[in-house]
Design a protein around this ligand. Structure first.
Ligand SMILES: *Cc1c(COP(=O)(O)O)cnc(C)c1O
Length: 380
């Protein structure tokens, strides 16, 4: 079966006596056990719930994973993953990562848990090689990175990670499994913020960890259960519903993005443009080997903070909001918004960098909106 079919055609409620065509929301905290000695597949929703199991299996299939673990947000999933790292151990992370991930690492692991970290440019394999220490437990990368769209060589980093017996984790929230499946390139764990593309409608928070290794899956699900951050039944259902149109949405968003990239590339007020399949992008060839499209996030600079601010303020079809991956287009200045948790001295994001997340609207309408936002009496 092709992925398009798998998104739609699956058993929506195994063992349900009424054969509903839409997965029921098992809105229950507890399940009756078979006897005083236990028994039964489920006992407590923090540990296991049928609605959550079905959405987890669907996402696992997309990522090419044996196991999927759903939690309350992308950050909760990252926290479960980082729970593998013990006090005194070391992690390597990309130097251009999601602001919330940076905050979790620097303000929690570093300060409260005695875990050390090296942030490196993941496009430079020499630097990656040198960053490994005897106590390195985990390497965490995003490709393309958020928001500068740096491309990591997944297969080569996987090889280095294997050599040093560390866990190689890839945050795939930017691409989603529709465009890129890092497990196929040797990653040990994939993280997806389901708040983004997987649900796609900006109406739910969720996160998933996807793994193939039995032992690792066991350890992660132990941490998730112990810390109590499993995804709720209704949120599982919302993500499952959004997931059915994942392919349609991403294909339309990518198509719209390519048209907008073409418009921005020709715009005389745009000084720098970031999109992973642009031929001028230093990682475009590598990206094309790892992913089947550029996705829906476009970043650009204007060399003029006032102009960038004006564009964000004046667009009407783009919501000014953090996050990305929804059906509705959005626009932001990452330095002030999603990446505000990163100290100005520590990040490389220009303050005039505009990030747009392209939705499924008509591309002509989106371009007309950007055009009116660029144009004022000062900037024509
Ligand atoms: C949004 C995001 C997260 C965090 O996910 P939440 O669901 O918002 O907690 C993690 N990584 C990346 C790359 C993201 O874009």
């Amino acid at each position: 079966m092709k992925r398009e079919t798998e998104l739609i055609s699956f058993n929506p409620c195994p063992d349900d006596p009424f054969h509903a065509n839409s997965t029921p929301i098992y809105q229950t905290a507890t399940f009756a056990l078979e006897s005083a000695l236990g028994g039964g597949k489920y006992d407590y929703s923090r540990s296991g719930n049928p609605t959550r199991d079905i959405v987890s299996e669907q996402i696992a299939k997309l990522e090419g994973a044996k196991y999927g673990l759903g939690s309350t947000s992308g950050m909760a999933s990252l926290n479960v993953l980082l729970g593998l790292v013990k006090s005194g151990e070391h992690i390597i992370a990309g130097d251009d990562i999601y602001g919330g991930t940076f905050r979790l690492i620097t303000k929690r692991l570093l300060t409260h848990k005695g875990i050390t970290v090296t942030f490196i440019d993941i496009t430079d394999l020499e630097k990656v090689k040198q960053a490994f220490k005897p106590n390195t437990r985990l390497i965490l990368v995003e490709t393309p990175s958020n928001p500068l769209q740096k491309i990591a060589n997944l297969a080569q980093i996987a090889e280095l990670s294997k050599k040093h017996q560390t866990i190689f984790a890839v945050d795939n929230s930017f691409m989603s499994p529709w465009l890129q499946q890092p497990l196929n390139f040797g990653a040990d764990v994939v993280i997806n913020s389901a708040t983004k593309h997987l649900s796609g409608h900006s109406d739910v928070s969720g996160g998933f960890l996807l793994v193939n290794n039995d032992e690792l899956a066991k350890e992660l699900s132990f941490i998730q259960n112990a810390e109590g951050c499993a995804l709720a039944p209704f949120d599982s259902w919302l993500i499952l519903r959004g997931l059915k149109t994942l392919g349609l949405r991403i294909e339309r968003q990518t198509q719209n993005s390519e048209i907008i990239v073409d418009y921005l590339q020709k715009h005389k007020l745009v000084t720098k443009l970031y999109y992973p399949t642009l031929s001028s992008h230093p990682g475009s060839n590598l990206h094309k080997q790892q992913a089947s499209g550029g996705g829906n996030i476009i970043c650009f600079e204007t060399n003029n903070i006032d102009l960038s601010t004006q564009i964000v303020n004046k667009t009407e079809l783009f919501n000014i909001s953090v996050s990305f991956g929804g059906v509705h287009s959005s626009i932001s200045l990452p330095v002030n918004m999603s990446h505000a948790a990163i100290l100005k001295t520590e990040h490389q994001i220009a303050s005039d960098l505009v990030r747009i997340s392209v939705g499924i609207e008509d591309s002509g309408d989106l371009i007309a909106d950007l055009e009116q936002a660029f144009n004022t009496k000062y900037y024509t």
